[in-house]
Design a protein around this ligand. Structure first.
Ligand code: SF4
Length: 275
């Protein structure tokens, strides 16, 4: 079974890495950390080790088993470009995303310099793929806006910004070559406030630069009360998705075998189970 997601801008999550560490103000109330630490020490639970970084090679081939095309958020519980993840492991993740071309993968990072440096070198083979959307988090001017520049330097074919949690007015900035922007406020205990004027400014800039705009949520302590409409409507725009024929089961079996063959990180898997 794939892992269905309640995140508004994706269909499913795939976590070949678990755990992370904080790098900037957007991490302050990290939902992944909060979730993972609840299970620290629970024997047999996927987060038995809490939010400590851990590779999960037994999950690497999962998207090749999911026959229904999906938008897949890669590492919703981690950051693929965390300094503790070896280059070779990131390459293995990229190989799966390329092989599973009937899906659309959404890779989001705060480690934008490492992502850029790999996309112009070892991951060049993956940068041009239109079924992989490469994105950076932008929560403020100091930490977030430099990531936009790094993303532009990456050579990625499809580039997106996750402006969430938006913590201040970002002011005008160059959205040239950016395909998609997600905007949202922080939710949960201690949520920091979101000013509607910051959101309207971003919507205006997206309109002027032909960037698809997705408004995720206002957030707050009880986010469902605040909703996700902006000036009376929803904004649920996405980049155009690549449409690919889904291979039959035996072909997908062969794909799993082939990626297992080329990467030392792949572990033997059971027969495909479908969705
Ligand atoms: S980079 Fe993302 S997953 Fe990692 S601590 Fe920050 S918010 Fe959490």
């Amino acid at each position: 079974m794939s892992v269905q997601s309640s995140i508004e801008w994706t269909d499913a999550t795939w976590n070949p890495v678990r755990g992370c560490s904080k790098v900037s103000p957007g991490c302050k109330h990290c939902y992944a950390e909060r979730f993972a630490e609840r299970f620290r020490g629970v024997a047999g639970h996927p987060f038995e080790q809490g939010f400590d970084l851990r590779l999960v090679p037994e999950k690497l081939a999962d998207p090749l088993r999911w026959k229904t095309p999906k938008m897949i958020f890669v590492n919703s519980m981690s950051d693929l470009f965390h300094e503790g993840v070896p280059d070779e492991y990131i390459e293995a993740v990229a190989q799966v995303m390329i092989q599973a071309s009937w899906h659309t993968f959404q890779v989001l990072t705060k480690r934008s310099t490492r992502m850029r440096d790999l996309l112009v070198s070892k991951l060049r083979f993956a940068a041009a793929q239109r079924n992989i959307w490469w994105g950076v988090s932008v929560e403020d001017r100091r930490y977030g806006l430099p990531r936009v520049a790094h993303l532009k330097q990456s050579g990625a074919a499809v580039k997106f910004l996750s402006v969430e949690p938006l913590l201040e007015d970002l002011g005008p900035f160059d959205l040239g070559a950016i395909d998609w922007m997600i905007v949202g406020g922080e939710s949960g205990p201690g949520a920091r406030p979101l000013d509607p004027r910051w959101v309207r400014s971003l919507r205006k800039q997206c309109r002027e630069s032909d960037v698809r705009f997705f408004f995720k949520q206002w957030g707050g302590v009880r986010k469902h009360l605040a909703g996700r409409t902006l000036d009376g409507r929803f904004y649920d725009e996405f980049p155009d998705r690549q449409v690919e024929v889904v291979p039959d089961r035996s072909t997908r079996d062969r794909l799993v075998a082939s990626v297992q063959h080329v990467s030392p990180y792949f572990v033997p898997v059971a027969a495909l189970s479908g969705d």
